[in-house]
Design a protein around this ligand. Structure first.
Ligand code: HEC
Ligand code: HEC
Ligand code: HEC
Ligand code: HEC
Length: 421
């Protein structure tokens, strides 16, 4: 057994050597879009999002490739990885590997010892001591290799292609073990594929998985940091009342309540505050960089000139707090197909992955609401992403997609998006 593991490690080591050289500084700016889920400091914002802080760069790159290539299936990560180049991946890996070194979670973990146990299925009472034994010794009689051989003492793996399990959400660990197991027990039809892990997880019972999750909780201890963050998600950052005061100059085009009457001008009502704030900052950035960066628009450039960053945050909060007016657009088949399923043959990612089933986007990730938006405005924006005149989308997420859309696609999908609520 030892020899098999060793050769696996050597094989992986070779793979590591051919990876592109990562630049952590470049990775930091590319990671802005990841922060919504994986946290600005690499600590997942909820239990569903894995921590990446301190994770091995090689492992991060390998996973990003797997999400992009489809060998690791996840509807959220697939579109995130689809647009990353090898260099982007290497930069992101370098960034996340180093971000943990600052110890930004230390203060939170110090007081996390008394975190209440997750509500496990009633029949199973997780036992950390059993988990520790299984982790460190395995169970030869059941063919379970000790996790420590590959993941290291207390989950700090010394092999760069094997993930660290310390500093990870226990919920995420349990989910992944179930995914690996599912792959093994479904003849590879579902779940997460990895030869080593499928073999190990196939023999784990639900009780084993709960025990291991419980044992790894202690090294993780990052739960409270994640919980503390969750509470701010939905509150407005800006001041709605101050934003309203500032909005007088916007009324001519966007209306007092943010529901513009002119179909070329976007509705701002009900749009996410994060997204609106980013757009305003991007319009300003274009002015500041002579249209080299940011979002270029001569009309909005004039509008934002007198605004401070605080004003922008308050305006964003005000319009986000308004209710969007209904759209008369109707669903159509071509639009629905593109939106819901994309087009694998033409390499078009389904819009639903980021803009959501109801067109409500994902505020935390910076994905805008497009439901009930004016059809004309949506079409104009798709055209701008296609010809590159709008280039403020992180990692070219929208430009890469729009480049593959025909005029007919745009008409249909814009109608469909506007009909969503
Ligand atoms: C909208 C939320 C979201 C965003 C934004 C996001 N991710 Fe993820 N990410 C996830 C989820 C959910 C998973 C877990 C998937 C699973 O369960 O297999 C994940 C998993 C990962 C993993 C695998 C971690 C592991 O331990 O195996 C890596 C690496 C990763 N993401 C990197 C990134 C990078 C880099 C970005 C930015 C370019 C990014 N993610 C943006 C939600 C997100
Ligand atoms: C022979 C080596 C080996 C053994 C033994 C092993 N693992 Fe793994 N494990 C891996 C590798 C390699 C991966 C990364 C899989 C990939 O690249 O997708 C992994 C991934 C994981 C993940 C997913 C981590 C993430 O960030 O997504 C978990 C959880 C995990 N292992 C837990 C365990 C547990 C618990 C045991 C013991 C019962 C164990 N492993 C035993 C090699 C091993
Ligand atoms: C003279 C008309 C006009 C006025 C006045 C105006 N805007 Fe705009 N606004 C536009 C146009 C046109 C666009 C679309 C620009 C493009 O095509 O990229 C836009 C776009 C926006 C966007 C991006 C929306 C999205 O969905 O991406 C925001 C945010 C915005 N405006 C906020 C404001 C605020 C805040 C004010 C007041 C301080 C304001 N606007 C005043 C015409 C105007
Ligand atoms: C990988 C995630 C992702 C996918 C998939 C995606 N989008 Fe987007 N979309 C974004 C982001 C992010 C933005 C905002 C970019 C920015 O910061 O300005 C955006 C913006 C837009 C806008 C402009 C909205 C506004 O208010 O200005 C339109 C229109 C749009 N997307 C349509 C689509 C369509 C149609 C599809 C599918 C064919 C699609 N998107 C697929 C992430 C995505």
């Amino acid at each position: 057994m030892k020899k098999i593991i060793l050769s696996a490690i050597l094989g992986c080591g070779l793979m590591g050597n051919v990876l592109a050289q990562g630049d952590a500084e470049a990775g930091k700016s590319k990671a802005a879009v990841c922060a919504a889920c994986h946290g600005a400091d690499g600590i997942g914002t909820t239990d569903a999002y894995p921590n990446l802080a301190g994770q091995h760069a090689d492992y991060v790159v390998k996973q990003l490739k797997a999400f992009k290539g489809g060998s690791r299936v996840d509807p959220v990560m697939a579109p995130m990885a689809a647009n990353l180049s090898e260099q982007d991946m290497a930069d992101l890996g370098a960034y996340f590997e180093n971000v943990g070194k600052g110890g930004s979670t230390d203060s939170a973990s110090a007081e996390a010892g008394s975190a209440p146990a997750a509500p496990a299925a009633p029949a199973i009472v997780a036992d950390a001591a059993m988990g520790k034994t299984l982790y460190e010794k395995g169970d030869e009689s059941r063919g379970i290799t000790a996790c420590i051989t590959c993941h290291g003492k207390d989950g700090d793996s010394e092999v760069l292609i094997n993930p660290n399990l310390s500093n990870q959400h226990p919920e995420y660990i349990v989910k992944q073990l179930n995914n690996f197991k599912e792959h093994a027990t479904s003849d590879g039809e579902a779940g997460r594929a990895n030869a080593a892990m499928n073999q190990v997880a196939a023999n784990l019972t639900e009780q084993d998985i709960a025990d291991i999750g419980e044992f790894l909780k202690a090294p993780a201890d990052v739960k409270q940091a994640a919980k503390a963050k969750k509470t701010v998600e939905l509150n407005h950052v800006g001041d709605v009342a101050l934003g309203k005061e500032k909005s007088a100059t916007c009324i001519a085009c966007h209306s007092a309540d943010g529901n513009s009457m002119v179909p070329m001008y976007p509705k701002l009502a009900g749009q996410s505050e994060q997204y609106l704030f980013k757009q305003l900052m991007d319009f300003k950035k274009a002015v500041d960089t002579n249209n080299e960066e940011g979002r270029v628009d001569p009309v909005m450039a004039g509008m934002i000139a007198p605004l401070s960053e605080n004003d922008m945050q308050n305006l964003a909060a005000y319009f986000a707090s308004q209710k969007v007016s209904p759209s008369a657009a109707e669903a159509n088949e071509l639009g629905e197909t593109l939106y819901m399923s994309g087009d694998a043959q033409r390499g078009i990612t389904a819009c639903v992955a980021c803009h959501g089933v109801n067109g409500q986007g994902m505020a935390l990730a910076g994905f805008p609401v497009i439901g009930q938006q004016h059809v004309d405005y949506l079409k104009i924006q798709l055209g701008k992403f296609r010809d590159g005149s709008r280039g403020n989308d992180m990692n070219s997420m929208m430009r890469n997609i729009a480049a593959k859309l025909t005029d007919e696609d745009m008409e249909a999908v814009a109608q469909y998006m506007s009909s969503l609520k």
